[in-house]
Design a protein around this ligand. Structure first.
Ligand code: URA
Length: 406
């Protein structure tokens, strides 16, 4: 007979859990038999003391088992997905997903909302008027088959345990734990029914992982978990010491992604897209991956797939227009070399877009400079924008001091 409190105590004493104990914890929380504050104690115990590989496999399995595991039959292409460990301005999924589908792959993509200071692909997609990211798994499968890609969040049917635990981790500072990240990412990805997965492990002051050694450790753990469930996993490490691309926020990132799909993406953004895409298309046994990706951008087919996917989810791109009512520009107050504090930018962006109580789809930041740029006193560094002036003022006050020290 399992007792939740003694299991927390065991974990605080660094004892390993059994499969049965982990599914008891996950299911009890999902069924509201244990409260948020009790579950937080377990999350903190895991955050402090870790879980070994066997426990991480059990934990991932219990996330998958909390809902359905999709099976695609009679499909004539490689079923693949991409995921990142989280960043600021990271819109790569919105660009690479349609590109892979235009190259003949099938992309069933389950994504998350904002987590800690990082942005969430689902939040960004939901800024498109009408976009429904919580459709049934039957409809999800159908859109993947018909369009080549569908992007949804965790639902009652697929990975409900990740949806609940993910939200709690975000509120309790228990995100940056390898076994919890593994269970969350691999649970969603395995439940989607994919054959292969490419991962973008972000490193830097805007990421949950701070150096390459840790990133490789996490990458290997994610690949090991994948192989336990017959999913091939490959990964890259990429820089998250500054926001990716020009914008970070909600609608502004959708618009930037659509620009990128029409061949107008920033170099730093497209470098990550093409590096991950090459890895993905190699896995799918396709030749000349970069040429293929460039072709589906230049002939418009990747953008067509993006539009078709949005329409299939009820979204109306005709209504997508960035029309913020207020903005504050931030200027350098001295001559210096720029170096972003990306986590603090991410906190401020999540505050103006989502965390002040109301969702402001028009809110975000635009960045005019990159790390290492030489700034002269008075140079514009970034613009903070949105509908609510008071939120913009709070966010500007949060980030302005960062640039006084550049
Ligand atoms: N992305 C996820 O889906 N889960 C995590 O825990 C971190 C990033």
């Amino acid at each position: 007979m399992n007792n939740f409190h003694s299991l927390v105590q065991n974990k605080n004493n660094s004892q390993a859990h059994t499969n049965d104990q982990i599914s008891f914890i996950v299911n009890s929380y999902l069924q509201n038999k244990i409260s948020d504050s009790e579950m937080t104690k377990w999350l903190k115990a895991v955050y402090e003391n870790g879980m070994n590989i066997t426990e991480t496999v059990f934990y991932t399995n219990s996330i998958i088992q909390s809902g359905q595991r999709i099976v695609f039959d009679n499909i004539d292409g490689f079923i693949i997905d991409k995921h990142s460990t989280g960043g600021v301005g990271d819109k790569v999924s919105l660009i690479l997903g349609p590109i892979l589908a235009a190259c003949g792959c099938y992309v069933p993509m389950i994504v998350g909302r904002h987590l800690g200071h990082t942005g969430g692909t689902l939040d960004k997609l939901e800024s498109i008027p009408g976009y429904d990211g919580l459709i049934s798994s039957k409809r999800f499968k159908q859109i993947v088959k018909d369009v080549g890609i569908s992007i949804i969040g965790q639902t009652d049917e697929i990975c409900p345990a990740d949806r609940k635990i993910y939200m709690l981790r975000g509120k309790t500072d228990t995100v940056a734990s390898f076994p919890l990240i593994c269970g969350s990412i691999m649970g969603k990805k395995i439940a989607e029914g994919i054959q292969g997965l490419v991962l973008d492990i972000k490193i830097g002051n805007g990421a949950f992982i701070k150096d390459a050694k840790e990133a490789n450790k996490l990458g290997q753990l994610l690949a090991t978990i994948g192989s336990n469930f017959n999913v091939e996993v490959n990964y890259i490490n990429s820089d998250m010491n500054q926001p990716l691309g020009k914008y970070s926020g909600l609608l502004c990132e959708i618009i930037e992604s659509m620009e990128a799909l029409q061949g107008r993406g920033d170099d730093d953004l497209m470098k990550v897209v093409f590096t991950l895409g090459e890895l993905a298309l190699n896995m799918a046994n396709q030749n000349s991956p970069t040429d293929k990706m460039k072709k589906v951008i230049s002939d418009g087919s990747a953008f067509e797939i993006f539009k078709k996917m949005v329409r299939s989810h009820g979204g109306n791109l005709n209504k997508v227009k960035l029309s913020y009512k207020n903005y504050i520009d931030i200027f350098s107050d001295k001559d210096c070399i720029l170096s972003y504090n990306t986590k603090k930018l991410g906190d401020a962006i999540n505050f103006i877009t989502i965390l002040n109580g109301d969702i402001d789809n028009n809110a975000g930041m635009q960045f005019y400079k990159k790390n290492g740029d030489y700034l002269k006193k008075g140079d514009k560094i970034c613009r903070v924008f949105g509908d609510e002036l008071k939120n913009i003022e709070v966010a500007s006050a949060m980030i302005s001091p960062l640039f006084n020290k550049c």
